[in-house]
Structure formats: structure tokens, C-alpha cells
Ligand binder design. Sequence first.
Ligand code: URP
Ligand code: ZN
Ligand code: ZN
Ligand code: ZN
Length: 467
Amino acid sequence: MILIKGGTVVGPTGPYPADVLVVGEQVAAIFAPDQGPQEGDFETIDATGKYVIPGGVDAHTHMELPFGGTFASDTFDTGTRAAAWGGTTTIIDFAVQRTGEVVQDGLAAWHGKADGNCHVDYAFHMILGGVDDESLKAMDTLVTDEGITSFKLFMAYPGVFYSDDGQILRAMQKARDNGAMIMMHAENGPAIDVLVKQALERGETDPIHHGLTRPEALEAEATSRAIWLAGVAADCPLYIVHLSASKALEQVAAARDLGRNVFAETCPQYLYLTLEDQLGAPGFEGAKWVCSTPLRSKHETHRADLWKGLRSNDLSVVSTDHCPFCFKDQKELGIGDFSKIPNGIGSVEHRVDLLYQGVVDGKLSLGRWVETIATTPARMFGLYPKKGIIAPGSDADIVLYDPAARTRIGVETHHMNMDHSAWEGYEIAGKVDTVISRGRILVKDGAYHGAKGHGQFVRRGLSDYLI
Ligand code: URP
Ligand code: ZN
Ligand code: ZN
Ligand code: ZN
């Protein structure tokens, strides 16, 4: 048993002083200050001056993702350990059906990578690499038998993960029938490929051209098209992933104002980093920030609009889209041709901190911080109330967050398997202090006490937001 005493519990509705009793793997009770057990067979953790929040739920990670002839550099071991250090106690990773592969075989391969290797609990979405009669049937099986209730489709990357509009519509109709969520990578891939080819023909090979050939219009157009297609599929639940730009957000907001079944996430990189300052770094350095959707211009209103979208709930979730690649030998694959740079940024360790900085900066309330990093992703993807909340009966996934300490992010101190940090030198006024996963202390007093194999696969139900 553990008694977390003297802290300020923060839930999605805001902060309140309380003591939390953990028995075994679950939260047993929440007490008004000092009203809990006074003595007994329990360890007391002093939370004075700290926030006591539900462990983070990162609904978008890519451990070991195959991309551009290489693999994301974090394994489930290194990536979930880094997540734990950063206060994230559940990840939802994307299992991959490669084009031509049987969906269940892709899923089995993902279980093979993760089983016994995770430090925190994990669940899967399924990337559909092809939509046909077989994979549509598999969607039903995954929902009913495998605890996988969300499917990602790509309007980008023709020839790799791409689905055309007819395939998208069929998958949406299936999701409408079985209650699954369709997650959409909303960028117009065929149009982007034209711009990429033209840029390369002009000799524009530097990393910044990755961003310049993926203009906001092609994210907004794809977002809008996905929303219209979901409407044709009787308003199938639709979740836009890694939304980066104002005009795409406008599409989502307009649909939500109509009461549509449309949701979106953004990621820390779009809230803080920019096309000019990062992607446009001198020489080939910008490759560190090549991701899709791309970072947007600092001269436009994207970042301010995204923070506003988080407040207004037009953006419901902050995920990382953690997809790390080392600079050496991986990002370097794109020297002389930006289109060969593996797409992705690694941030699984930093999401809780980076969003807390939003609280410090007056952009988010404490309750909204917890809601966007833990409670809503748990509800969105059928993990609630096991995850995402500190409540009796919920898993004891708990983070003590110290607002008086500071975090300095950098490659020397992070735990992700990357030779650089997209956040080098960032300083946060706050720090993950103690991390508990299903009643087991993983991080305390600056030391790591977890182990691979502690993390278990979690079968998910349907989204709480399903209408
Ligand atoms: O650049 C990114 N986002 N890489 C990961 C794959 C994806 O599209 O989410
Ligand atoms: Zn994507
Ligand atoms: Zn609105
Ligand atoms: Zn992704």
C-alpha cells in the first residue's frame, strides 16, 4: 500500500487538496487532507507542494516503425522507459499492416515486438496498409476480439501506407457499423508528391523544402475531405492526427460546431517549433525536425491558434507522434534529397513537461493540462476509467509533479534512443518527480526503479465520445 499525502490532486475539472491511497495495482480511496489512515502497513510518499496527476496517456507513438528503409530508433524497451521518465504511463502505439500483409499478421508482429519489453502499459491502434474485403473483415475481428478499436488511414504517402478516397470511405462505413474510430493522416499525398518532384528538379534539396512542399492548404484540403467522407459514411467517428495548422483546425472546428463526430489532436512540436527556426536550421541540421505534417511558419498564427484550439476543445488531445530517428545514418539518409529523410520527431519523454509549460505561460489551466495529456486520450480511445483519472478502482498510474523544480531538456539527459534532441536546451518551470505505474514506483528521487516486462497490453473498448 502507498499513501500519497499532502499533495494537490489535479483532475480534468481542476485541482483540490487530497491524500490518495493505493492498494495493490489500484487507487483504493481519495481522502480529504489527513482524513486517511494514520498508521498501517503502507509506504507514505510526501507530496507536499506537488501536483498529483493521473499518469500521462500518449495516444500516438511509433516504436520501431519501419520508414524510408530504416526503423524508428526506440524499441518498446527504450521508448516506454523514456515515457516513464517523462510521466507517461500508457502509450498507444500503431501496429502496422504493411500493404499486402494480412492485418492479423501485422498485429501479431507488433505484439511480438512489445510483449515482455514494455516498462509502462501499452495498447495498439492498427494502421491499415490496404483496404479490401479481407482487411475490412479484420476490422470487425480486431474490435470484438483484440481490444483494438481505432484504425489509422493515410491520405499521404502514395505507394506506402496510402488509401484512396474509395478505400477510405469503405473503412469509414465499416467503422460506422462496428463503433471503431478512424484516425486520419490528413495530407493530400498525390499533390505533395508533385511539389516534391518539382522542388527536387529545381535543385531544392535542403530539409526546409520538406515543409515548403507540404503547404497548409494540402493539410486543410485533406482534413476537409476526410470530414466530408466521414459524413457520407453516416458520420463515422473521425480523429485527425497530428494537426499542425490554422486552416486544418478551422475545418475541424466548423465540423464540431455542427455537432459532428470529429476530433483532433495536436503535438508539442506544432505548439512550440517552427518551419524557419528549426526546419530551416543551417546546413542539414533541419533534418532533425522533419516530420509530417510539417512544422509551420512562425510568421503565421498557427501556434497561437493551436493553443486556442486546446482551450476551446476543438483540439481534444495532445499526443507526441513519437517517431525518433538518429541524425547519424538515419536522418542523414536524406542528405542531398530532403524527401529521403525519415519523417519523425522523438518527444515521448517530454509531453507532460512541455504542456505544463503551457500552464506556466497562462495558456492552459491545470485541469485542461491533465485533460489533454491523460483524461481525454483515455476516454477517446476506450481506456477510461482504468486510465486517465485518479479515482477509486482506477489503475494506480500516478505522477507527482513538482512545480518548484525545473527541467532542462537535452540529449545528455534524455532517455530516448536518439543522438540528438528536438528540444535541446528547452527549460521547463516544473518537473516530473515521482512516477507510479499500477502501484509500482518507477521513478523516485531521480532514480529509476522500473523494469521491462512490467508494462502490460491493455485491451481497449470503444471511444467514450462515440455518438
Ligand atoms: O513524421 C511523422 N509523423 N512520422 C510518423 C508517421 C506518421 O505519419 O505519423
Ligand atoms: Zn501520420
Ligand atoms: Zn467551436
Ligand atoms: Zn504518427
